[in-house]
Write a protein that binds this ligand. Sequence first.
Ligand code: ATP
Ligand code: MN
Ligand code: MN
Length: 301
Amino acid sequence: AREVRLERPMPKPADPEVRITHPERVVFPDDGITKGELADYYRAMAPLLLATMAGRPLSLVRCPDGIGGKCFFQKHGAGNLGKDIGSVRIREKDGGEEDYLCVSDAQGVLECVQMGAIEFHAWASHSRHLEQPDRLVFDLDPDEALSFADVRKAAQDLKRHLADIGLTSFAMLSGGKGVHVIVPLKPQAEWDEVTDFARRFSIALATAEPERFVATMSKAKRKGRIFIDWLRNQRGSTAIMPYSVRARAGAPVAAPVSWAELDEFETAAAFRLADRAQLLERAADRGLAGWGSSSQLLPSV
Ligand code: ATP
Ligand code: MN
Ligand code: MN
């Protein structure tokens, strides 16, 4: 049997000596949450965030004027952001090379926040083995007409179908509208193989239940259905990291949940920045709900 090791990191608040300028500046206008409060959240949560994010190519969502202003994705430019924000050199398709952002400690996380970062997205592979992803991410994107109960049911179905082929998976509330179903992998298969598996698995579900699922991006075909966004599993794609705050009203947080408790939630934005103490307590109890290292291999089907 494949074994999935449950990681139980002891969340210690980090003490990074990063100066946060303008801590009084309001970042979430509807909620009155300031840059200082955002930094406090990330200072406390950095060990948990880093448990799945450290050492991976990053993509930040920066909103220097708060979520009411312009926000943008940033994946390059480490040198200008902060001294603890590192980079990893990545070969591009065209043969060139680019330096991607990469942080490995709480200082780096806080320097990102100092520069206006709110969301932390990362690759599904670690810089130690960039070409061999160590997780599959099925990002369930529901059409607006659907209820969260539909999303929960879809996630549970995915979990069951994955289990049928011997894969253990985990759930995360995205902090937005959907649920991400994560399959930790031993980093062995390369991107092409992993992308192809994710694509074929998703198309099989959409073919079996076309009234519930679609596996193509086309918005028109999504009406009343859930898009199984397998494209997260392509080289260069990113997904939101557990415990990242989202740049949306209410300051929701992406949060791993156990399969048993998933059914208790009425929204993918059930946890918020303000729930920091509860998030820390939950993590101390159940770790990352199984994220992290695993010895699972893709089945040869
Ligand atoms: P939701 O549950 O609301 O769908 P989500 O995080 O899954 O939240 P998606 O819109 O499904 O949001 O996007 C999935 C992922 O795709 C994001 O987490 C992000 O990492 C990546 N992504 C989306 N848009 C961009 C972009 N413009 N640049 C880089 N990455 C992006
Ligand atoms: Mn999504
Ligand atoms: Mn998506």
